[in-house]
Design a protein around this ligand. Structure first.
Ligand code: PA5
Length: 437
């Protein structure tokens, strides 16, 4: 069952029906092109049918690996960067307890989960090593290319730690590798050492890989039902196979953001009212930014966490340069309810909302904000997720993947490459004196 709805009422004053009808035609053409496997970067369309083609035996292997990790470690570290990091981080924050690592071992019933290799900070890694202390540890190193510097350096350090802690033989069971099926230094090492290895399909790029073992292993370790996640994504795989706005909210989202972009609204702010969405927004920023930011064009993806950021960025959004539009990402049903208690003397003056839930207040904050921003000249739309279930999460992952891929084609770029990312690497490697750089 679809668990995402979209509301574009606050964007309508900024676009007209003729424009929507015209872009609908272009989007339908792009859908046809994608179906035929044509267009720039078409050898990276494997993510399109990942949900419907994921075999049960892969889910079983991942669940067995997660079970081994759960039974044999107190700390699990996922090592990766970009697409090899953000999807799992987003999922774990979306569906789990807000203070997952701080729960008691009994309540969590899982290892603590940390991420590394997403930066080159010696303080971050040293502090993480402090946290590991004498605890039992398993690590999952994730890199499609198997050559990315940040995770490679981190893996070198943490591999040594695992080997010292558990012995070289035992370490082999505690190191899980997710990489290309044949290329890269990591693959070579995994074969040599006999690590449990998972493959990243050739035709799935990093930022589209959350529903492959890249994301699924850490997600499963955290206790999220990955079969349900894939089921949810399958719902959207079917629903978005047709680009029609009536039946496909991802298509409508794609249309509205591109129409606004064409009118000079060059920054999209993904605004959420739930802290569990913070990293989903980070994942989306990579997906959109790396897919569209090419040839000196593309929508700049930004994000804010409300109501927190209403007390910082709120001023700019309400009154700053009118080059922005906003997409609210909302959760309809929280996992738990907190109600405002009665206070006899009403010292804080809050008795007018006594008995109301925090969600009720949050919803009013959203409605007030959406309206204020529209009045201030910021077109906005809302994407509403039914709940924080793995199924809904699978749906929104696929929703954004499809919308952004189509959006890239509308902007006439290859959504699946990232040539710009190579520039810093070239400079860095040459400064480091890498042979051949
Ligand atoms: O989307 C992408 O392809 C990139 O962001 C990669 O995910 C990121 O650079 C990490 O690459 P790798 O998995 O090869 O280490």
């Amino acid at each position: 069952m679809p668990k995402i709805t979209i509301n574009i009422d606050n964007a309508k004053p900024f676009i007209c029906d003729e424009e929507l009808a015209s872009i609908q035609k272009d989007i339908l053409k792009i859908h046809d092109q994608i179906k035929k496997g044509e267009g720039a970067g078409s050898s990276f369309l494997g993510w399109l049918n990942t949900p419907s083609t994921t075999e049960y035996k892969l889910i079983e292997k991942i669940n067995n690996t997660a079970e081994f990790i759960k039974d044999n470690s107190d700390i699990f570290i996922s090592i990766g960067i970009g697409g090899s990091y953000l999807g799992a981080k987003a999922a774990i924050e979306f569906a789990n307890h807000s203070f997952f690592n701080n729960l008691s071992q009994v309540d969590r019933n899982r290892p603590e989960i940390y991420f590394a290799g997403q930066n080159i900070s010696s303080d971050y890694l040293s502090d993480l090593i402090d946290i590991i202390g004498n605890k039992r540890i398993c690590i999952n190193v994730i890199s499609k290319s198997g050559t990315t510097l940040e995770p490679a350096v981190t893996f070198r350090i943490l591999k040594e730690l695992v080997e010292k802690r558990h012995g070289k033989d035992e370490a082999k069971k505690r190191i899980i590798v997710t990489t290309d099926k044949e290329k890269g230094a990591l693959k070579k090492l995994a074969v040599e050492k006999g690590y449990t290895t998972f493959e990243i399909p050739d035709d799935v790029g990093g930022r589209f890989s959350v529903l492959t073992p890249v994301g699924l292993i850490p997600i499963a370790v955290s206790g999220i039902n990955i079969e349900e996640l894939i089921n949810g994504a399958s719902v959207y795989e079917k629903l978005t196979s047709d680009g029609n706005f009536q039946s496909n909210p991802a298509s409508l989202y794609c249309a509205v953001r591109n129409l606004l972009y064409r009118k000079g609204k060059s920054t999209e702010i993904l605004s959420s009212f739930h802290p569990s969405l913070h990293f989903l927004a980070e994942w989306w920023k990579q997906l959109a930014g790396e897919s569209e930011g090419k040839n000196k064009s593309g929508i700049f993806p930004a994000s804010v966490d409300f109501t927190t950021d209403l007390h910082s960025m709120g001023q700019w959004i309400q009154d700053g340069q009118r080059t922005i539009f906003e997409t609210f990402l909302l959760i309809n049903k929280s996992n738990r309810e907190v109600k405002i208690p009665y206070l006899e003397d009403d010292q804080d003056g809050l008795n007018y909302i006594v008995g109301k839930s925090l969600d009720y207040v949050n919803d009013k904050a959203y409605k007030g904000t959406a309206d204020a921003h529209k009045t201030g000249g910021v077109p906005n739309m809302s994407i509403i997720l039914e709940d924080r279930s793995p199924n809904t999460l699978g749906q929104i992952f696929y929703f954004f993947e499809k919308a952004i891929a189509v959006s890239g084609y509308l902007q006439k770029v290859n959504p699946f490459d990232q040539p710009g990312v190579e520039f810093y690497k070239k400079n860095m490697f040459s400064l480091l004196g890498k042979p051949g750089a």
